[in-house]
Design a protein around this ligand. Structure first.
Ligand code: HSE
Length: 332
């Protein structure tokens, strides 16, 4: 049986989740793809750290060792920050590999360039995991809403912030304790500033804007407010009035202009996000034909994010088969 050789860049919560899911779902993957999926290399920061990785796999902190492997089909990246991710993925694309990323910061900054490079090299870029964890919002917007004109997209896009707000309200926890718990559960980034100050949601919103409207607003025009000013007292006061704080990222199109904002909003019971609790994310899309659609699901964590990356693995692999068929059709 032929084999699909995969490298995983980064072995934090998400990278490890991808590795484990490839192992646990080998049978399903083989049945769908007609190929065995084999992890051949893992890029880590510190080689000495103990990890549960088969000793048949190359574990290295030098990406050059990975890119020089003679047979490499797909590079799956789950590193934090724009670099070295962007450079690694560019090299992978230039070598003819499909790439899959969970890195919202890198993709918000360099997604356009990566997609262009991928097109030039006849490979595909999977980025479902960059937005809203396990919710398939990217594929929904890219492939299932082609005729609909999207008017606006609203979302709870950061699992950590939603988890903190829920913990503070339901369990009367302090902000600091709720944040620590979010970190222990693997939801928050190692440096959680981007989570709680709205920056993480901002990157995700810009990615959604590009998919929904084909363009982004001027980044400087987007109002960004995090949740660090929301005290326990404010949450209790709101609760007494039947209101809840939710950290909502919104993007809409008026004429040719795109408007975006990310901020805590007080919402009433009838709002589709009122019952979105804990690490859950939700995305509401308003479009001209279908009206309002809301998708909800786990927005962070090991397996929800791995799920999005594994679905992308199937998507990009099938895309490759499609490309091969097309070029075969041209030759006969
Ligand atoms: N730290 C992010 C969050 C992880 O809490 O939403 C998923 O992007």
């Amino acid at each position: 049986m032929t084999v699909l050789n995969v490298a995983i860049l980064g072995f934090g919560t998400v990278g490890e989740g991808v590795y484990k899911t490839i192992e646990s779902h080998q049978e399903e993957l083989t049945a769908i793809l007609g190929k065995k999926v084999k992890v051949v290399a893992v890029l880590v920061r510190n080689k000495q750290k103990a990890r549960k990785i088969s000793d048949k796999i190359l574990v290295t902190s030098d990406f050059n060792e990975i890119i020089q492997l003679p047979k490499l089909d797909i590079v799956m990246e789950a590193i934090v920050g724009s670099e070295p991710s962007f450079t690694c993925l560019k090299k992978a694309i230039q070598k003819g590999c499909h790439v899959i990323t969970a890195n919202k910061q890198m993709f918000a900054h360099h997604g356009k360039e990566l997609m262009k490079l991928a097109e030039e090299n006849a490979v595909s870029v999977g980025f479902e995991a960059t937005v809203a964890g396990g919710i398939p919002i990217i594929q929904t917007l890219r492939h299932l809403l082609k005729v609909n004109q999207v008017q606006s997209v609203q979302g709870i896009l950061n699992g950590t912030s939603n988890f903190i707000l829920t913990e503070m309200r339901e369990n009367k926890e302090s902000f600091a304790d709720a944040l620590t718990l979010a970190q222990q559960k693997g939801f928050a980034e190692a440096d959680p500033t981007n989570d709680i100050e709205g920056i993480d949601a901002f990157y995700k919103l810009m990615i959604l804007s590009k998919i929904a409207f084909g363009k982004e607003p001027d980044w400087k025009s987007v109002e960004i407010q995090g949740i660090s000013d929301i005290s326990y007292e404010k949450i209790q006061e709101a609760e007494k009035c039947g209101l809840r704080f939710k950290h909502i990222a919104s993007i809409s199109k008026k004429g040719d202009e795109i408007f975006g904002s990310i901020k805590p909003v007080l919402i009433e019971k009838f709002h589709p996000f009122y019952n979105i609790e804990g690490v859950e994310n939700a995305v509401n899309v308003q479009s001209d034909i279908v009206g309002s659609i809301t998708l909800q699901g786990p927005g962070a964590g090991m397996f929800p994010t791995a799920s999005a990356m594994i679905e992308d693995l199937v998507y990009v692999s099938q895309y490759k088969a499609e490309l091969q068929q097309q070029s075969l059709a041209k030759t006969v």
